[in-house]
Design a protein around this ligand. Structure first.
Ligand SMILES: *Cc1c(COP(=O)(O)O)cnc(C)c1O
Length: 376
């Protein structure tokens, strides 16, 4: 009997910890010994450092990326009686956040090459809203897999129609479009800091960014019971705070984010080269956009077979996402779709396959994966 080969995992948050263990352990010890555990100096410093890295005036930490989106909507006064347009080909979190804020999601189809919102469909629904829906007040642009949406026509359509554009940057920390960082172009942007994201805590975390000081102040109050000052709830709020230990960990990791993204791009280029001339095309790049490869996603019409062959070669894979939001039990038949339906979304859900992608992949692992790709 042959020993089963070790499989290179598709994601490996433990490797990310081990690569920066000394710095992270020191940060954790500092936070623990400070005697202050929620919304303190580490959190404030992280907010400042994150905003200055991103290039926005303000950043506000919160409990997770889903909350970051919901807090932005609440901060903008978008809730019951409002529709928010987004896509069905995304983490369920995007749509869950819209409903948490009390609004109605409207799910549009994607461009099949970049897996991001079809800007023409957004323009069409803003100009001619589907009947029976509350007015569309916001659009959430999901920069999926680490690559920008076709943001310019979306920003233009939103501006023309008085609709807020919110960026879901949960997979796009450090990505850019036309030299501008994603997360700096709409009314506000939400980032998840889940352990496997390009910037990950070692637990839950989220942060939102904006240039609007009043919006940031409002959201900072909403995230803690609507407190203007301690025990004074000036408005209705929630509890969604980033703790000091996670903030300290994030401060240790933020200076490595750009090099981590560069390493992801290097790995992506190696995968591209291994696929060249074969039957499977490498992922499309949007011209003018800098991709940060949260995921490196192939399209495989016979996905199960390809997944099995890669597994035999010791390569783990993932599927992001196997079932579109509008076909999930919790949403099916209940959430409205755009006039075009979600045909491309459904095809993508059947075909997408994500390869291992994280900065700590070793050269030997990348070579092994490339060997398997060149034999597809
Ligand atoms: C991860 C993710 C979220 C949600 O983040 P959490 O921190 O898990 O709440 C939202 N949108 C997208 C596109 C994501 O990938």
């Amino acid at each position: 009997m042959t020993a089963s080969p070790t499989i290179i995992p598709q994601a490996d948050p433990g490797a990310g910890y081990r690569a920066q263990q000394a710095e992270i352990d020191a940060a954790v010890a500092r936070a623990l010994s400070s005697g202050w555990y929620i919304l303190g100096r580490e959190g404030e410093a992280f907010e400042q450092e994150f905003a200055s890295w991103l290039g926005t005036s303000r950043a506000v930490g919160c409990a997770n990326g889903t909350d970051a989106l919901a807090l932005i909507l609440r901060g903008l006064g978008i809730g019951e009686g409002c529709t928010v347009a987004t896509v069905s080909h995304t983490a369920v979190a995007t749509v869950a956040a819209i409903e948490m804020a009390g609004a109605t999601p409207l799910l549009l189809d994607i461009d099949p090459d970049t897996y991001t919102m079809d800007p023409d469909e957004l323009t069409a629904v803003l100009e001619d809203p589907p009947p029976g829906l509350p007015p569309i007040r916001a659009a959430i642009a999901v920069h999926l897999y680490g690559q920008a949406c076709d943001l310019d026509p979306m920003l233009e359509a939103c501006a023309t129609n008085g609709v807020a554009l919110i960026e879901d940057c949960a997979q796009a920390h450090g990505a850019s479009l036309g030299g501008r960082r994603l997360g700096t172009m709409g009314a506000a942007a939400a980032f998840s800091l889940y352990p496997t994201k390009n910037l990950g805590a070692l637990g839950d975390g989220g942060v939102l960014a904006t240039d609007d000081f009043e919006l940031a102040d409002r959201i900072a109050a909403i995230r803690q019971y609507g407190w203007k000052e301690r025990y004074v709830s000036a408005m209705v709020g929630v509890n969604s705070r980033l703790d000091e230990v996670q903030a300290a960990i994030l401060r240790a990791r933020l200076p490595h984010l750009d090099t981590g993204n560069a390493r992801r791009r290097e790995i992506a280029a190696a995968y591209d080269a291994a696929l060249a001339g074969g039957p499977i095309a490498p992922p499309a790049r949007r011209p003018g956009a800098e991709h940060v490869f949260h995921q490196y996603v192939l399209r495989a019409p016979d996905r199960a077979a390809m997944q099995a062959r890669l597994r035999e070669a010791g390569v783990g894979t993932g599927i992001h996402y196997p079932v579109p939001v509008h076909l999930q039990g919790a949403y099916r038949g209940r959430v409205p779709l755009g006039p075009a339906g979600c045909g491309e979304t459904e095809r993508a859900a059947r075909e997408v396959l994500s390869l291992p992608m994280y900065p700590e992949l070793t050269e030997a692992q990348v070579e092994q994966i490339c060997g398997a790709l060149s034999r597809l």
